[in-house]
Design a protein around this ligand. Structure first.
Ligand code: M6R
Length: 366
């Protein structure tokens, strides 16, 4: 059942190229370079009239939502908020019939997310689900939605569901932006084309598995980890930290890199590994100076860099190279080594990777 892998989690990490191909099948037309989601055809008017989008989710699905927000705001120019379902449901939020609420859930059974949907529905919002488990409670409670189609996820730590959710959010933002006319034609075509190439790019990144395994061994001593990223990579940092904490029981925090100097920098010493997503993008120079600040305080830097970067390679303790990809698609690529890192650290520590203590695959109680 584990397809020759030692754990479901590793199998699910390695399955991602195939899963994302399934997720895009019939939705991205390669010849025409076009994205079609049936929900956007059937509910075009409800979606076009949205004055605001509110994403509700928990855990990893909430991280996917943070990436969705950036995609939706940048392509569709609709204000978008991301809420923890558990907070949203209990604070009498302002929701009106001008809102579209997107609920993201792998299991489709998360109690808080389901309750958030019910609340938003009562207030007149249109509800869109992004789920994996077919026919589960959340898709049944929504007005429409899109399944991520990545197949059953068994490992408690979410991996392929995360990349599936981000893929659907990317397609959603592209299709809605196209319908609204808020995206430039060339940009639309460029992103669609590159999204379609992501499974191949992930295959390339998975080749770093052994390298990540070797470096994981040298970091199992750590009691704390910091993960830093900016822009599209900030939610990836949060997700990397969550993966590490849930399966290896090492305390880890994700931060937007620029926030480091507002507090977490005080934690840095030679026992503190810092994972930095430092690829060639708009924020490169700024992230590079964060790395210099960490090194000046003897922190240990594990950097995710663009292939061929020889500036950061000279300063960082460990470097993982990533192929170039459009910035808005980077989360799909940069998250892979972080999944592998968490996995290998947990294995080195002899932890139960697929069923970490105190955690359940679906959280059906609040
Ligand atoms: O099934 P859901 O996507 O609604 O689950 C939400 C969280 O419970 C889930 O993502 C959790 O954080 C994972 N164990 C993270 O790996």
């Amino acid at each position: 059942e584990k397809g020759g892998y030692d754990h479901f989690m590793l199998k699910e990490i390695f399955e991602q190229p195939e899963c994302l191909t399934n997720c895009m099948r019939g939705r991205i037309n390669v010849e025409a370079n076009h994205v079609t989601l049936s929900a956007l055809i059937d509910y075009r008017l409800q979606l076009l009239k949205a004055k605001r989008i509110v994403i509700v989710a928990c855990g990893t699905s909430w991280h996917a939502g943070l990436i969705g927000k950036q995609l939706i705001e940048s392509f569709c120019r609709i204000p978008c908020e991301v809420e923890y379902a558990s907070e949203f449901r209990y604070r009498n939020p302002v929701v009106t019939s001008d809102d579209v609420v997107i609920a993201i859930s792998q299991s489709g059974e998360t109690a808080d997310t389901l309750a958030a949907i019910q609340l938003a529905k009562e207030k007149g919002a249109f509800i869109y689900g992004i789920c994996n488990a077919i026919g589960s409670s959340i898709p049944r409670a929504t007005d429409t939605g899109t399944y991520i189609h990545v197949g059953p996820e068994i490992g408690v730590a979410s991996t392929k569901a995360f990349t599936g959710q981000v893929t659907v959010l990317t397609m959603f933002a592209l299709a809605l932006a196209d319908a609204k006319g808020t995206i430039n034609r060339d940009e639309y075509l460029k992103v669609v084309k590159e999204l379609n190439r992501v499974p191949e790019i992930i295959k390339e990144v998975l080749k770093s598995n052994e390298k990540v395994r070797d470096l994981a061994r040298t970091f199992t001593y750590a009691h704390n980890f910091l993960y830093l990223g900016r822009g599209y990579s900030y939610p990836v940092a949060l997700e990397g930290a969550l993966k590490l904490k849930e399966i290896s029981y090492i305390h880890a925090e994700g931060y937007p890199a620029a926030e480091m100097k507002h507090g977490p920098i005080a934690l840095i010493d030679s026992d503190m590994p810092v994972v930095v997503i430092a690829t060639h993008n708009a924020m490169y120079e700024k992230v590079l100076s964060n790395i210099q600040e960490i090194k000046a305080r003897q922190g240990r830097v594990i950097a995710l860099v663009s292939k061929g970067d020889n500036t950061i390679s000279r300063i960082a303790d460990e470097v993982i190279e990533l192929p170039d990809v459009l910035e808005c698609l980077e989360p799909l690529v940069a998250t892979i080594p972080l999944q592998l890192l968490a996995y290998h650290v947990a294995v080195c520590k002899g932890k139960n990777v697929d069923q970490p203590r105190n955690l359940a695959k679906s959280v059906t109680v609040e």
